[in-house]
Design a protein around this ligand. Sequence first.
Ligand SMILES: Nc1ncnc2c1ncn2[C@@H]1O[C@H](COP(=O)(O)OP(=O)(O)OP(=O)(O)O)[C@@H](O)[C@H]1O
Ligand SMILES: [Mg+2]
Length: 257
Amino acid sequence: MNITVQGITFSYRSTPTLKAISTQLNQSEVLGMVGPNGSGKTTLLKCINKILEPKQGKILLGEQALNKMSRLQVAKQIGYVPQSTAGNNEATTVFEMVLMGRRPHVTWQSSEKDEEKVWQALKTLSVEHLAMRNFYELSGGEQQRVLVARSLAQEAKVLLLDEPTSNLDIRHQLEVMSLTRKLVLKEKLAAAVAIHDLNLAARYCDKIVMMKEGKIFAAGDSAQVLTAENIGLAYRVEVEISYCRNSPYIIPIAPIY
Ligand SMILES: Nc1ncnc2c1ncn2[C@@H]1O[C@H](COP(=O)(O)OP(=O)(O)OP(=O)(O)O)[C@@H](O)[C@H]1O
Ligand SMILES: [Mg+2]
């Protein structure tokens, strides 16, 4: 399933946050979304997930226009891991949280098959031992892994991950990214990952879009996008680029004033 984003514009207030964005999420590819804080990555992911409605332009899920689809239809196809989960006073177990990923499939009661999918997903993300804990009492990184498990249990065709590695230790960063990549290849999914770690993006993303002030500033493979010049202009940071296993490896040197 491919997703095509055609010239979308979105505004929260009077000034547009996304300005005529066009991009493509291809089946069997991981698209990395990078760019400075506030450049519009989360807003773009929310438009693709139909949480927000673009003011102009069009998003196609396969051949279908997203604005013609119901929330339920979208939820069956797209798995979304948000950037942060606001605290909640209600106790929800990890198991229930991941089972919610099955909601679009569940009619009125979860079946054995749903529960089996949940256990499988918990196991894949190595969070089985947390199944009966309250989700909201977990550490940030544990929560992120549970949310990735939820998107797995959902069996979505498209995965949208908003900074899934921001709270993870180095081992779990590699695990979540390599798992995403393997899954995308095996199940022929399309995935978009907003990510601040340029080196993880370089290593695990097939294509990268670099955003700046609501526009796509550069797009292509990691060697085309993650150049010292682009990073200097987008982030105002001087970097040196080395190479590690055929991927660019970015060493930040100093802010540019
Ligand atoms: N709910 C909202 N209401 C008003 N403005 C918002 C809202 N959400 C985001 N914005 C603004 O829209 C712009 C883009 O925000 P967005 O969250 O998409 O950026 P981002 O690239 O994901 O940033 P980060 O790297 O910090 O996660 C920012 O200027 C932000 O302040
Ligand atoms: Mg964001």
